[in-house]
Write a protein of this length. Structure first.
Length: 162
């Protein structure tokens, strides 16, 4: 009789050990998932603040271009470094670059120049270093005048860009 009870106890013990191992694994997976979500939340938590501060940086850059003041230059540099430390970087675009709808927004089309290339950068774009765009760069491109931006983007992309 004792052997039958001890075999039953052994079976229960093995079953409980298995359940415990699964529960511990589930807990560990939950802890890791929560940690990933926390990191992602922290990474994107300041996006609203960044969106509100980017126009301030734009004004500072315009002031620097007009005044050539070393104090404003330092302020702009510090501002950009602070954004970089938070994982936010400027989308580098210059005239002559090919239009990229993932990072750029067309505001106007100009005649002349190579069709589908950036003619002028009106406003810098910004994104997270991982690639998520906060604000696309606002650009003018070379191409025919269109009725609206969507038509222009389709026109620019029609030739060798899709």
């Amino acid at each position: 009789m004792k052997k039958a009870v001890s075999k039953t106890n052994q079976g229960e013990i093995l079953q409980l050990k298995g359940q415990l191992a699964r529960a511990l694994a589930d807990y560990d997976n939950l802890r890791k998932r929560i940690e990933r979500q926390k990191e992602e939340f922290e990474r994107y938590a300041n996006i609203k603040l960044a969106i509100r501060l980017l126009p301030v940086l734009d004004v500072l850059k315009q002031a620097q271009n007009h005044l050539k003041d070393p104090g404003v230059a330092i302020t702009v540099s510090e501002f950009e470094n602070a954004l970089k430390e938070e994982g936010i970087e400027e989308i580098k675009v210059k005239p002559g670059d090919e239009f990229n709808p993932q990072f750029q927004e067309v505001t106007d089309a100009l005649s002349g120049g190579k069709k589908g290339t950036v003619a002028e950068v009106l406003l810098s774009g910004w994104r997270f270093t991982e690639g998520r765009v906060i604000r696309p760069a606002k650009v003018k491109v070379y191409g025919e005048k269109s009725k609206n931006e969507k038509e222009l983007e389709k026109e620019v992309l029609r030739e060798d860009y899709v």
